[in-house]
Write a protein that binds this ligand. Structure first.
Ligand SMILES: *Cc1c(COP(=O)(O)O)cnc(C)c1O
Length: 455
């Protein structure tokens, strides 16, 4: 299937009368917005979300049999692409042996070993089922270890949907432009301090005022939930120094960057080592698994060896462990991440070239298996500058790319991903699609109709 020269796909007009459209109507009667997670509803780009039915390598196919080059990859979870044979094999074997026991299994130690061996700052691991749980639990652990209550995070960084993080969060929150979530009490948010990403000055000022009560700084070491924003050279070393100076912990939320930026995550790439590391996405190989991890002295504070309670019925799930092990084993070759980084670099250049040819202002960057762009002239270093991206124009580009058979995340505030399955032919196809799509948006300036994206 992946060998086919052309993909089948249709225009936006026919998408609005598609099987996806029918399914969307049905789903909206049964589930809020018709979805299980908000950005999937296409609110930021308008139109009908594609209901997917299968994935193969770098491609996905929707229920109308339209095929797309996939740069969402389940929000970065699928670093080997869809339905990688090793993962399919591992999961089906395990499924036949039982899907869950609620008891320890050998595969947990196996996956933990692969993580410990790869990640410099990790000696012990606790598995959970989602990135939200991982970061929420890491913060609980940091509060227990320090006896302090406050948490410092960065505007535009997303750490899952636990109450304490829904303060100027990225991802869906950035898309919906909500400053906060309803249902989060002032008290739950009161212990969260927020600084602009890449602003060490702001962090130092907050420590000067609240230093004695800050338990932890939590950061995406490469920000991938307000689009892709890279850390400035001194930023992460500065966070390491200031947290050490004040006796606070440094938590790297590597739910996206773990096993995607390098085998040892962003921490290995930048050479800055956090106290606690949160993982998710790639480590579950496309099934629900996540983890928080760190040195033995800290991790022993977690129950049953320590006083920090945290548990999960499906934690360390056998299917997820099997998929995670198959995935991490496939990443072990040393040249892997150099190749992945090269593909992302090419993709960033592809959008730069397409935008330049069409005279559309654009900022693009890439790192490891991450790439992304903003439709702006402004250099993007934080959430404020990220928001200068032209959201209406992005929506137009997004649909033009679907017309050309390329599927990006349906929001201007998401990073794009690449997998090991994206080969030269996939990239060539993407290059042609980008040239067409940028040419289209240059020739059809956004009208007032599309500015109403929050309906
Ligand atoms: C996706 C993500 C999370 C949340 O993970 P879920 O599995 O969706 O709960 C947390 N942190 C970062 C950086 C993420 O990208």
């Amino acid at each position: 299937m992946a060998r086919r020269e052309t993909l089948t796909h249709t225009s936006r007009a026919s998408r609005d009368m598609s099987r996806s459209a029918t399914l969307f109507e049905r789903a909206q009667r049964l589930m809020p917005g018709g979805v299980s997670s908000p950005v999937r509803a296409f609110g930021a780009v308008d139109g009908t979300p594609l209901f997917m039915q299968r994935g193969f390598g770098p491609y996905v196919a929707d229920t109308d049999d339209n095929e797309y080059v996939d740069y969402v990859l389940s929000w970065g979870a699928l670093i080997l692409g869809h339905a990688h044979p090793d993962v399919v094999d591992a999961v089906t074997r395990q499924a036949a042996l039982g899907t869950t026991f609620g008891a320890p299994i050998e595969a947990e130690a196996e996956l933990a070993e692969l993580i410990v061996r790869a990640m410099p700052a990790v000696e012990m691991v606790r598995f959970v089922s989602s990135g939200t749980e991982a970061v929420m639990s890491a913060v609980r652990l940091a509060r227990a270890a320090t006896g302090r209550s406050k948490l410092l995070k960065f505007a535009g960084c997303y750490h899952g949907h636990a109450d304490a993080f829904l303060v100027q969060a990225g991802s869906g929150m950035a898309t919906l432009a909500l400053p906060d979530s309803a249902g989060v009490t002032a008290r739950a948010a009161a212990d969260t301090l927020v600084a602009p990403y890449n602003s060490l000055t702001a962090v130092e000022a907050l420590f000067a005022e609240y230093g004695a009560s800050i338990a932890a700084v939590v950061v995406e070491p490469v920000a991938a939930n307000m689009g892709l924003v890279l850390p400035e050279p001194g930023f992460l070393p500065g966070l390491r120094a200031v947290t050490q100076q004040y006796g606070a912990l440094l938590i790297f939320d590597e739910v996206v960057t773990g096993f995607r930026v390098s085998l040892g995550g962003a921490q290995q790439h930048v050479g800055v080592f956090p106290d606690l590391t949160c993982l998710g996405k790639v480590i579950g190989g496309g099934l629900p698994a996540a983890a928080y991890a760190g040195p033995e002295a800290l991790m022993r504070l977690v129950a049953p060896t320590g006083p920090v309670y945290q548990a999960g019925t499906l934690s360390g799930n056998p299917l997820a462990m099997a998929a995670g092990i198959a995935t991490l084993r496939a990443l072990a070759a040393p040249e892997c991440f150099a190749q992945l980084g090269e593909r992302s670099r090419v993709l960033a250049q592809v959008v730069r070239d397409a935008a330049a040819a069409a005279n559309v202002p654009l900022q693009a960057n890439s790192l490891g298996g991450l790439w992304g762009f903003f439709l702006t002239q402004t250099r993007v270093v934080d959430y404020t500058s990220a928001r200068t991206t032209d959201a209406a124009r992005f929506a137009q580009l997004f649909h033009a790319l679907l017309d050309e058979g390329v599927y990006l995340a349906p929001s201007p505030f998401e990073a794009a991903f690449v997998s090991f399955a994206h080969d030269d032919r996939t990239l060539d196809r993407t290059r042609r699609a980008m040239m067409q799509a940028f040419d289209h948006i240059a020739r059809h300036p956004v009208g007032a109709r599309q500015s109403d994206k929050r309906r």
